[in-house]
Design a protein around this ligand. Sequence first.
Ligand SMILES: [Zn+2]
Ligand SMILES: [Zn+2]
Length: 111
Amino acid sequence: MARKFTDVNEPFTCVHCGTHVMPSKRSCRNHCPTCLYSVHLDVNPGDRLADCGGLMAPVRVEYNPRKGYQIVHRCQVCGHEQRNIAALDDPVQPDSMEAVLELMRQGGGTP
Ligand SMILES: [Zn+2]
Ligand SMILES: [Zn+2]
């Protein structure tokens, strides 16, 4: 039983809002572009080594001068926090700028 480590960029259906999410061409997409929710599958981004599988809610947005906007997700099952780069300029299915702005307002993210 060989584990596949390369198959991380697959389409999926968001368990939170039901959006059918297409794989990103540029990076490994791991959150829903509509509601920004994610699922706890990774220990480190893309490795799919976590056994948790809990729903990860977006809790705040941080700005990194080198990486751009990052969405911080917190697992509702185990409390694990993980940063994911926002895919605002994805050519296929960009993250909702409205959802990101709303999260900034709620979470008091970096101005
Ligand atoms: Zn969603
Ligand atoms: Zn978890």
